[in-house]
Structure formats: structure tokens, C-alpha cells
Design a protein around this ligand. Structure first.
Ligand code: PLP
Length: 394
């Protein structure tokens, strides 16, 4: 039989989806499930954004458009990055894609050669190592450890750079730990990138979901704009996951390379969603700060109460909407804790190995349910854990 290309066997999926499928099965069988497994906001886009989409469709804004995105959206993104991140970005340095993942794939395809080495954080978004391998390159992890507050260890990164290292990826705030890299960490990464002539892919998808301070992008550091590709989009900050809207920001010659891939693949991102995205960036109802405030309440509630349950330990995340929970002291493997919580308590979380080997003693819970549901989830976790503690004591 004709063969599938070998690069496909190098790719892996996302663990969250397996848990989601099982949780749905249990729900169908009549169980009550609290879904904390997917990284999907429970909010929807603000009303003016939905109105703008309706109007765009009604006006016939449903044509093939410029491959790199409609000019007004590219300008609006450049202006938005100036307003929210103080970045000096020109519209021609922006390319719109259907989702951050697509922008990431375009950037990786444009920068990585077979045989290259790519540094990526562990734990992190599982697509980084998967797609690296799919491109015939070697994925080399650097650890984000609890004893270091999940910050990168610059000495470890330096030691892992070889003559083959071409790209360093990082994601701040990080999925799954919620860590915002310190200014010192970002400056250290920038120095290493300049010293070893590396590209940096900065996945800033959670940049707006920040609980204190101002977002500091590596792009703004001296000498970094020319070697950085920012990946961002609308899925998380504007609760627009299914709209499939993301973008890449880079120097024009890099954007030209990404654009060639767009032309050869999906041609363009849907015109009507791009028109509505301009309204999202305007955020005329202040939906983003209100959403972030709600995530902050959920974080404070979940982390404080979870830390009171014996066996569970969680540092308070500085951004994003995940709780990264150490379960070592339960005495059970994370996969077993995941199973018991789902099957016996009806709480869906993900065993941390889905995000890399450093995640083996952790579970990730997405704080994408209302506070009363989170309180219910915590009570359920408490009940189940006291049952298993009693069983161990017997
Ligand atoms: N990057 C990170 C770190 C993510 O967590 C996600 C989604 O979970 C993505 C990228 C993908 O974003 P999008 O849905 O816009 O493709």
C-alpha cells in the first residue's frame, strides 16, 4: 500500500482531548462533570464584536482577500501592540493567520531546517516539540522547575546550545504553569540569542491575561526585533477560540517567507472574521479587563482552597488561566489522580506529562468555569482525597 509521509509519525497530539472525550462519555452516561481540562475560555466575544461580524457578512465581506491579512487589521494589530505592549511594530511586520497555531506553524516552517536543534520549555504547549520533529529537527527541552518558581534556568539553556541550535521558543505567561518570565530571564534569553545568532519565537498568546504589572515583550529589547517572531491572536485574550484568528509579528523579510507559505496553503484568513477582529482590538466595552478580573478571582479562590487539601500544592500563577498542581504528596501517579478525579469525583483535569516529562507529578486544571463550579470541584477533590487517604491509612 502507498505510504503516508514519515513526518506524520513524528507528530503527537494534545492530551487534553483524550480526557475531554472520556469526560463527555461519562456525561452522556448521566454523570455530573466539571470540565477543567480544555484551555478554552467560558466567555464569548463581546457583543460589538459579534455585531461587527454580522454586519461584515451582510455587507458581502466574504471574498478572497490579501494573503497576509486585510490592511486595516494589520494596522490595528500594530497600533494595539503599541498601546498594550509599547512595541514599535509597523503594519508590514504583521501577518494574519487562522489561529495562533497556524501562525506558529508558518514561523516554524520558515525558520527551521532538517537537522537543526530547537530549544523549547518543559512543561509547555505540546505542539512545540511535535512540530519541530515533524520538520525533521531535534526538539531539545529546557526545564521550568517548581524550585525555580517555574522560571527558566539560563545556565541550563546556555549549556544546551550547540552549533546546530537555530531557534529558541518560549511562552510567557506559560501554558501550563502560568509563569510570567522575569525581566532578568527575558534579558538572559535575549543575550544568549544574540550571542549564538538564534531566532526567538515568543508565543505571547496569554500576554493580556496578566494579574499584575505590564507585559514585557522580548521584541522591545535592543537587537531583538530583528531575530524575534511574536505569535499572538484572539483565541484567549478575546475569547474567540473558534473564530480561528492569530497573527505573527516579525521583520518584513520573515513575513514575506510566511506569506509565501500562506499563498501555497490556505490563501487567506476569512475576511469577515478579520473585519470583526478590528472591533475586538478596540474593546469598546472593556471586555478584556473584566474577563481578566474574573480569572483573577478564580485563581485566588482555587489556589487558596486547593492548597488546604492534603497532597495538593499549587503556586499562584501570574498569568494565563491555569492552575499547575503538584500531586506528589498524594502518593499516587498523576495519571491515577487524573483518573480518580474524573471517574469518581467528576472533575476533569489533565495529568502533567501531556506537557513534557517535567510534568510527571502535576495536574493542570483550566480555570474556565464559574467560581461556584470551581468551589464544587474543590469540594469533590477534597471528598475523594480524604477517601483515598483513609484507604492508605488502613
Ligand atoms: N500557544 C499556546 C501556548 C496555547 O496554549 C494555545 C492554545 O491552547 C495556542 C498557542 C493555540 O492558539 P490558537 O487556538 O489561536 O491556535
Amino acid at each position: 500500500m502507498a505510504k503516508i509521509a514519515s513526518r506524520i509519525s513524528q507528530l503527537t497530539g494534545e492530551g487534553a482531548l483524550a480526557v475531554f472525550t472520556r469526560a463527555k462519555e461519562l456525561e452522556k452516561a448521566g454523570h455530573s462533570i466539571i470540565h477543567l481540562e480544555l484551555g478554552e475560555p467560558d466567555f464569548h466575544p463581546a457583543a460589538p464584536v459579534v455585531d461587527a461580524l454580522r454586519a461584515a457578512v451582510a455587507e458581502g465581506r466574504d471574498r478572497y482577500v490579501a494573503t497576509r491579512g486585510i490592511p486595516p487589521l494589520r494596522s490595528a494589530i500594530a497600533e494595539y501592540l503599541k498601546r498594550t505592549r509599547r512595541l514599535d511594530v509597523a503594519p508590514e511586520q504583521v501577518l494574519v493567520a487562522p489561529g495562533c497555531k497556524m501562525a506558529l506553524a508558518l514561523a516554524m516552517m520558515s525558520l527551521i531546517e532538517p537537522g537543526d536543534e530547537v530549544l523549547y520549555p518543559d512543561p509547555s504547549f505540546p505542539i512545540y516539540p511535535s512540530f519541530t520533529r515533524g520538520l525533521g529537527a531535534k526538539a531539545v527541552s529546557y526545564a521550568l522547575r517548581e524550585e525555580n518558581k517555574f522560571q527558566p534556568d539560563l545556565a541550563e539553556i546556555a549549556a544546551k546550545i550547540t552549533s546546530k541550535t537555530r531557534v529558541l521558543i518560549f511562552n510567557s505567561p506559560n501554558n501550563p504553569t502560568g509563569t510570567v518570565f522575569t525581566e532578568a530571564a527575558i534579558a538572559g534569553i535575549a543575550e544568549l540569542a544574540k550571542q549564538h545568532d538564534l531566532w526567538v519565537i515568543a508565543d505571547e498568546i496569554y500576554a493580556r491575561i496578566l494579574f499584575s504589572g505590564e507585559y514585557k515583550s522580548i521584541w522591545a529589547l535592543p537587537g531583538m526585533a530583528e531575530r524575534t517572531v511574536i505569535i499572538d491572536g484572539f483565541s484567549k485574550s478575546f475569547a474567540m477560540t473558534g473564530w480561528r484568528l492569530g497573527y505573527a509579528v516579525a521583520q518584513k523579510h520573515v513575513i514575506d517567507a510566511l506569506d509565501m507559505l500562506v499563498l501555497n496553503t490556505f490563501t487567506c484568513t476569512a475576511e469577515f472574521s478579520q473585519v470583526a477582529a478590528i472591533e475586538a482590538l478596540r474593546d469598546s466595552t472593556n471586555a478584556v479587563p473584566a474577563m481578566v478580573e474574573e480569572y483573577r478571582k478564580r485563581r485566588d479562590l482555587f489556589v487558596a482552597k486547593l492548597n488546604r487539601i492534603p497532597g495538593f500544592r499549587c503556586q499562584s500563577p501570574d498569568g494565563a488561566f491555569y492552575a499547575w498542581v503538584n500531586i506528589e504528596e498524594t502518593g499516587l501517579p498523576a495519571e491515577e489522580v487524573q483518573r480518580v478525579l474524573l471517574e469518581e469525583a467528576g472533575v476533569a483535569g489533565i495529568a502533567g506529562a501531556a506537557f513534557g516529562v517535567e510534568g510527571k507529578n502535576y495536574l493542570r486544571f483550566s480555570l474556565v468555569s464559574a467560581t461556584h463550579q470551581l468551589e464544587d470541584a474543590l469540594e469533590r477533590i477534597q471528598r475523594v482525597s480524604s477517601r483515598w487517604r483513609a484507604a492508605v491509612a488502613r
